[in-house]
Design a protein around this ligand. Sequence first.
Ligand SMILES: [Zn+2]
Length: 91
Amino acid sequence: MPPSQRPAKRPRDPNPGHLAPRCGAKTRSGSPCLSPVVRGRKRCRMHGGTNPGAPTGEANGQYRTGLHTHKLMRARSMMRTMVRMITQADR
Ligand SMILES: [Zn+2]
């Protein structure tokens, strides 16, 4: 069959599975797991990739006063940065 009559080649998979990001969980033998990770996460389905994690805020058993929530910690960090910038600008 001349090349002009051959059926068109299937286009290459733009996202081949063997190049997907790999799970880095440590196995019992000490090597990384290397299974493909759950999309948008860092671990495979067997190593908690599908687990949403502990509840946040008051739903978490470690919650006490709310002074250490991500939101407040971020706000304090920003305040420290701003104070540092202002005090250093005076020098
Ligand atoms: Zn894994």
